[in-house]
Design a protein around this ligand. Structure first.
Ligand SMILES: Nc1nc2c(ncn2[C@@H]2O[C@H](COP(=O)(O)OP(=O)(O)OP(=O)(O)O)[C@@H](O)[C@H]2O)c(=O)[nH]1
Length: 359
């Protein structure tokens, strides 16, 4: 249930931070189930107002691709408008629109305008950070029915939905801040109908590949094994993570953790066991559960490691370039750095998320 939002407005020059609660704006929308959550992030610099059709985004009438629609951020070019006309224009919009509020006075006017209109329109408000500095493309790949769509939705929205259409590509975006970083990374996460025919597996098409199998279905594991060699050829400095999904059905397991771990180690892939459905039965944190069951933690860890490794890798690359080696030496060194990077990625993910703690 999502019916109130509190945010901090960045201070007008020289003044303190202003905390604002927007619950009054949303009081008529108790039934609104919003996929966004507001994160009280230290670096938040603006409040954004996202207006439009935010009610019941996951009702059966709606297609799941709406998630992508909701996540789209449209920033308004405002320079040519006066503040008043800008606000009027924004508040009249019927399609979802994210509005960056540029200064204190504008924000106040926006709030007033929205308050006046609350009975006619539905609004939600989320806090956001400056434009992400890095983008990362993530692709899910795996056999049919292993839970790719369910994992994608769990990761992006924190929800579990049990049925999906297999007929469309899903692409959604989510912005996260890797641990130990001040830089936001905008993730573009895709669950394609078919990677093989769409050319999505070409090295330039993704940064992180999430290979999913179902631990209760040995065939889905074989499906990935059969494609491992090809993936090794295609891959350059991209991260690959193997995800054993449906851990909630461990009693029906057909692929052991050890089997999957050995296979992923042999390929220098990180490995997690997760469940897209894990929180469906209970909202409470079960402390006895290993943290590796959280899709969010697993993927955030992978993104963080990829991000840190890329940063280190490019730092190292630059350092080496300036040392003035021959062309052949440089290329050999570079490919060995790439190998280091690939193994390093898997190892670092494993260290951050020790498999030993898993059941
Ligand atoms: N128990 C359990 N069921 C899951 C889990 N993840 C997905 N499912 C179920 O598995 C089925 C397939 O899930 P999808 O997300 O559609 O799988 P997919 O890999 O996207 O399937 P395709 O569209 O055919 O490629 C659905 O019935 C889901 O409810 C999980 O973690 N646990």
């Amino acid at each position: 249930m999502w019916n109130s939002v509190t945010g901090r407005l960045p201070p007008p020059k020289g003044q303190g931070e202003l905390e604002v609660s927007f619950s009054s704006l949303l009081e008529n929308h108790e039934s609104c189930e919003c996929p966004f959550r507001v994160f009280p992030r230290r670096c938040a610099q603006s409040l954004a107002i996202y207006s439009g059709r935010l009610d019941c985004p996951y009702s059966s009438e709606r297609n799941i691709t709406d998630i992508g629609f909701y996540e789209q951020h449209h920033f308004c070019e405002t320079r040519s408008q006066t503040e008043e006309s800008k606000i009027q224009a924004h508040s009249e919009m019927t399609s979802p629109m994210l509005i960056e509020i540029l200064d204190y006075r504008t924000r106040q006017m926006m709030i007033e305008t929205l308050k006046k209109q609350k009975s006619e329109k539905k609004f939600s408000i989320l806090q956001f950070r400056p434009k992400p500095e890095r983008d990362m493309k993530i692709i899910f790949w795996g056999a049919d029915q292993v839970g790719k769509s369910a994992l994608l939705v769990r990761f992006v929205t924190g929800r579990y939905i049990s049925e999906y259409s297999s007929l469309t590509n899903f692409t959604v975006t989510k912005t996260i801040t890797p641990t130990e970083s001040d830089v936001d990374v905008k993730l573009e996460v895709t669950d394609p109908i078919s990677c093989e025919t769409s050319g999505l597996l070409k090295k330039s098409s993704f940064d992180l590949l999430l290979l999913v199998f179902d631990i209760t279905n040995a065939e889905s594991f074989r499906w990935i094994k059969e494609r491992a060699d090809k993936l090794k050829q295609d891959r350059r400095n991209n991260g690959v993570v193997l995800l054993g999904n449906k851990k909630d059905l461990s009693s029906r397991r057909e692929v052991s953790t050890e089997q999957a771990r050995q296979f992923s180690e042999a390929n220098a892939w990180a490995y997690f066991e997760v469940s897209a459905a894990e929180l469906a039965d209970s909202d409470e944190e079960d402390e006895s559960q290993d943290h590796d069951k959280s899709v969010n933690d697993a993927l955030k860890t992978a993104v963080t490691e990829l991000f840190l490794f890329r940063r280190n890798f490019s730092d190292k690359g630059q350092g080496k370039k300036s040392s003035g080696t021959s062309k052949g030496g440089e290329s050999r060194r570079r490919s060995s750095t790439v190998r280091e990077y690939i193994h390093g990625f898997a190892n670092h993910v494993a260290n951050r998320f020790p498999l030993g703690s898993r059941s």
